[in-house]
Design a protein around this ligand. Structure first.
Ligand SMILES: *Cc1c(COP(=O)(O)O)cnc(C)c1O
Length: 425
């Protein structure tokens, strides 16, 4: 099946008892055992089935199968947020005394997780000097447990060299974990380029309507954990907290995500609510169509802004003269993401005036909604940083970030034009 078809059909072809056509919301905590023996067989992992919603729920299972298929993975685990997916994918294989090597530009909360939350638990986040695989390789040592990157950085829009990063990670016997939130599997499938684990904030484009927080961990199924039995002993040796199961033996290619479920999720509980699983399924059904429109609208917005007399600069990966273009073109072809930034002529005051004048674009810190969204980092998300610190993370006083929605392009451009024309200082 092609992605457009998978997004609508994988994992569900009608409920056998009720004949319900839409995926039912299994709003239940527990599932009945037929007998003591059946319960024991479920707990022994001898038969498949549901036990308790913290560990798994049939509504979420369908979403998991669908996203795994879209990404070309072997299995997936849904969780309560994008941040939970990042946290679990790290604590699943890292422990005190180990480190994670990352690209330097990351989503804010991911940066904080690696730079200050995990270090207090003995897991060090290391940030490469640049996006280049050579700089990443310099930080890998015998205690490294994974290389981490965002396929397309939020908010910088930089596109990672996934093939190059996978090559250096695999050379040192560690997996590459890729956050694919901004691109979605419609624009880019990191597993095809060597990624081992793919993560999503389902909250953004995948859900697509700004209503539902969720996350996903997709297991690519290719990483040879058993080649490094001591480094990844939690997957290759008997798990004491789960009556001695050996994940690589019992689950084969899906060992990583199986342990995320039965150890991380079962015992710390960042579970996706079944109702949210249902809402995210509605979003995924139309993902391919929405992405087409997001991509097309973003290109027209970028071209419009570049030609506008009140605009100083536009940062859009789809312009061939953009420094982002070579990598973006290699991994995204000619479909560039709908996250872009631009600078209004006249500095901070002009940026603020333009931002305040938007009528269709809504002011907030989110992206990937059907609605067009905007954010003025210097007066909001990055306000506490000094101008020097802002410059270091790529934020300038006049910068405005857009997440271009799927409204009619004429209305989007009209709003930008009227707002820019009010940004005179
Ligand atoms: C939003 C976002 C996250 C965090 O996702 P939540 O669902 O808000 O927890 C992680 N990574 C990227 C790239 C994001 O944009």
């Amino acid at each position: 099946m092609k992605p457009e078809t998978m997004a609508i059909h994988v994992g569900y072809d009608g409920d056998p008892t009720t004949k319900a056509v839409a995926v039912p919301i299994y709003q239940t905590i527990a599932f009945q055992f037929d007998s003591a023996d059946h319960g024991a067989a479920l707990f022994n992992l001898e038969v498949e089935g549901n036990i308790y919603t913290r560990i798994g729920n049939p509504t979420n299972t369908i979403l998991e199968k669908r996203v795994a298929a879209l990404e070309g993975g072997v299995d997936a685990l849904s969780v309560s947020s994008g941040m939970a997916s990042i946290h679990y994918s790290i604590i699943n294989i890292a422990e005190v005394g180990t480190n994670i090597v990352s690209l330097p530009q990351l989503y804010g909360a991911t940066y904080t997780l690696l730079a200050s939350v995990l270090p207090r638990q003995g897991i060090q986040g290391r940030f490469a000097a640049s996006d280049s695989p050579e700089d990443v390789e310099k930080l890998i040592d015998e205690n490294t447990r994974a290389v981490f990157c965002e396929s397309v950085g939020n908010p910088a829009g930089n596109v990672a060299d996934i093939e190059g990063l996978a090559r250096v990670a695999h050379k040192h016997g560690v997996p590459l974990i890729v956050d694919n939130t901004v691109a979605t599997p419609i624009l880019l499938r990191p597993i095809e380029y060597g990624a081992d684990v793919v993560l999503h904030s389902m909250t953004k484009f995948m859900g697509g309507h700004g209503t539902t927080l969720g996350g996903m961990i997709v297991d690519g199924g290719h990483f040879p954990w058993i080649k490094y039995p001591d480094r990844y002993y939690m997957l290759t040796k008997p798990e004491p907290s789960y009556h001695g199961v050996v994940y690589t033996e019992h689950y084969g290619a899906a060992a990583f995500v199986a342990r995320c479920r039965t150890v991380c999720q079962r015992n710390t509980g960042s579970t996706l609510a079944p109702l949210n699983g249902f809402l995210l399924l509605q979003g995924v059904e139309t993902l391919a169509l929405r992405m087409e429109r997001h991509v097309e609208n973003a290109r027209k917005v970028a071209e419009f802004l570049r030609a506008h007399p009140r605009v100083e600069w536009v940062n859009y990966a789809g312009f061939p003269d953009s420094p982002l273009y070579p990598m973006a073109h290699r991994y995204l072809g000619d479909r560039f993401c709908s996250l872009l930034t631009f600078g209004v002529k006249g500095g901070f005051e002009a940026g603020r005036k333009c931002f305040d004048a938007f009528r269709l674009f809504q002011r907030m810190v989110n992206m990937g909604d059907a609605k067009s969204l905007t954010c003025h980092p210097a007066s909001t998300t990055h306000r506490q940083l000094s101008p020097e610190e802002q410059a270091k993370v790529g934020v300038t006083p006049e910068m405005i970030r857009l997440s271009v929605g799927i409204e009619h392009i004429d209305d989007i451009l009209a709003d930008l034009d009227q707002a820019l024309n009010k940004a005179i200082v």
